[in-house]
Design a protein around this ligand. Sequence first.
Ligand SMILES: [Zn+2]
Length: 383
Amino acid sequence: MSNCERNKKILLELVKRPGNRRCADCRAPDPDWACYKLGVFVCLNCSGIHRSLSSRVKSIKLDFWEDELVEFMESEGNTNAQASYEKAVPPYYYQPQQNDHLVLREQWIRAKYERMEFTGETKYPPLSYTTGEILTGMLWKKGKENTQFLKRKFVLSEREFTLTYFNKENESKGPKAVIPIKDLNATFQPEKIGHPHGLQITYQDDNHTRNLYVYHESFYSDCHTVACGLWRITWYNAIRAARYAYLKTAYPTGSDEELIPKITRKYLKEGYMEKTGPLESFKKRWFILDSQNRKLLYFKGQLDAEELGVIFIGTESNGYSVKECVPKHARGNKWKCGVMVETPERQFVFTCEQEREQREWLDALRQVLSRPMAPQDYTSKYG
Ligand SMILES: [Zn+2]
């Protein structure tokens, strides 16, 4: 057997070892690339990020491997790398998964290997929860009634557990809004907002869901109040840090395992469907399925500040159902792939443009439907 074949065989054995079976960075199964400078096995997507950061990468199957590189991969591997590069990841820090946006994965990879933020050395101390105001800076915020983004000052306070923003011209008049961290959610939304650092901040305002669409210009927040100049954080992770601190206060006995999934939540599905009301014809609306709150919200457009309506999704035993349908006697609908949602109160018919979208909505809605209701879900419906 030639060296080349032998080395390939060793690599294919190595990548079957428990620690190497998943991508070192996004945990995608069966990585078939390797970064041989760091000694980690990664998926194709993460290998692209490593390459762009001028880390050396090779394909396990397609590239030629020298003996010493194979030996290095054998001596390092994902388990060893994680033990040093991920030794001290703060619990609030978002660790991206395989389907997450490139920007989130790149931030993670850079923080981990380039700046070595999580090796437990004092260069990047974890955020302390006693500083009060954790982050102050300028964010571009979309106007409530228009599509224009304007620069606004935002202050994230951990003493008050609030996110406050000001109208730049009228800062002396006091804040424009003070948002409690308690029911705030932040989702990473580069596509919708059209900026790589786009964030959607959602909160409850007088029983309404209110959305803010913001972005910050640079990779990291432009200014912050933590004295240590080396300390850097993205707004997304700063909001997560505040949420984590709030959850620790609200649920002092909660374990990290219980609290971390509650820090921020991704929406199960978003997209356009057509919707009909009892009297109106079909209209195109933007829908968001918030699985954790069992709510299907709909908006006029995808960057709207306030929802037009919300449908609570219970369980089958509570009289809810979701099924495929062909809309009948419908006026004005251009789309043909129907989704019917029945609640004890009424029936809703939505239409999707394509069958794939219809299938995704049916799957997502059924996922919520099949999850047993928790006591707080009753509060969320009637409260
Ligand atoms: Zn990966």
